[in-house]
Design a protein around this ligand. Structure first.
Ligand SMILES: NC(=O)c1ccc[n+]([C@@H]2O[C@H](COP(=O)([O-])OP(=O)(O)OC[C@H]3O[C@@H](n4cnc5c(N)ncnc54)[C@H](OP(=O)(O)O)[C@@H]3O)[C@@H](O)[C@H]2O)c1
Length: 237
């Protein structure tokens, strides 16, 4: 499923001269659970910035997963989701929203880890618009399953193509971030900034439902062809 992302990455690498410069944040070990569009985009991009990438796949030996590991390079590996989580400090749940809770249950001990939740819970309502399938948020559900972890909602409001190459957005893109641990949010924001995105801490995890709702604005208005930018209102300075 990540073939388009792979070819886009090659184009992005050419456009940037093949290099993205030095690593700005501390080198992190990041688990990408799921090897679809989001996992592949973030994995490849973060690997270019010097982070250790550990893909967590249901079938790490599958041909397309092996190809993703090869394309990612920089020492990336693919293992089972539980092993990827055990090896990493930051775990990105790049899986279907409806699978996220089962995936978290199978990840093992998560105390002290940062769990990044980019999932977009959605159903198609009878009037044809994307809508909330749950009363709360997926991020809060994940947090209830992993009370010792720091859950950070991030990367749900932009397309995988933009994660791979923010220039395709034609302007700055903000990643709104919510979570209850400031340190965890700062580390996730640093990763977003490293790959060319802006990042803004917009509050606690209980506001994750607002962030998840931004997906419906994208999906319902222009079929996902909207990016969010949160510029500072200097009139109040
Ligand atoms: N696509 C986007 O532009 C975008 C943007 C923002 C947020 N999101 C959100 O990010 C998440 C991932 O999106 P995506 O586009 O990367 O999805 P995707 O291409 O369908 O990939 C999801 C991956 O999750 C893994 N997985 C684990 N359990 C699964 C299950 N029960 N069924 C199917 N796959 C399972 C699979 O990897 P393995 O086979 O290796 O296990 C699969 O490749 C979703 O929740 C989505 O709402 C997507």
């Amino acid at each position: 499923m990540w073939t388009i992302i792979r070819s886009c990455l090659a184009a992005a690498a050419v456009a940037t001269g093949g290099g993205l410069g030095a690593v700005d944040a501390a080198a992190e070990t990041v688990a990408l659970i799921g090897t679809g569009n989001v996992g592949a985009a973030l994995g490849q991009r973060l690997a270019l910035r010097g982070h250790q990438i550990v893909y967590g796949s249901r079938d790490p030996a599958a041909a397309d997963v092996r190809e993703l590991v090869r394309t990612t390079g920089h020492g990336a590996v693919a293992v089972s989701p539980a092993e990827a989580a055990a090896r990493s400090d930051i775990i990105v749940l790049a899986v279907p929203w409806s699978a996220a809770e089962d995936v978290v249950r199978a990840l093992g001990e998560l105390t002290g880890k940062i769990i990044v939740d980019p999932t977009n819970p959605r159903v198609m309502a009878s009037d044809g618009f994307a809508d909330y399938p749950i009363e709360d948020s997926n991020a809060e559900r994940i947090a209830r399953l992993a009370p010792g972890a720091h859950v950070v909602k991030a990367f749900s409001t932009l397309g995988a193509e933009t994660m791979l190459d923010p220039k395709v957005a034609g302007g700055p893109v903000t990643v709104p971030i919510v979570g209850d641990d400031r340190g965890a949010k700062a580390r996730v924001a640093a990763l977003a900034r490293e790959i060319g995105l802006e990042a803004e801490d917009v509050g606690p995890l209980r506001h994750a439902r607002i962030i998840e709702g931004l997906h419906y604005l994208r999906a319902n208005a222009l079929g996902g062809r909207i990016n969010y930018h949160l510029p500072r209102d200097t009139a109040r300075d």
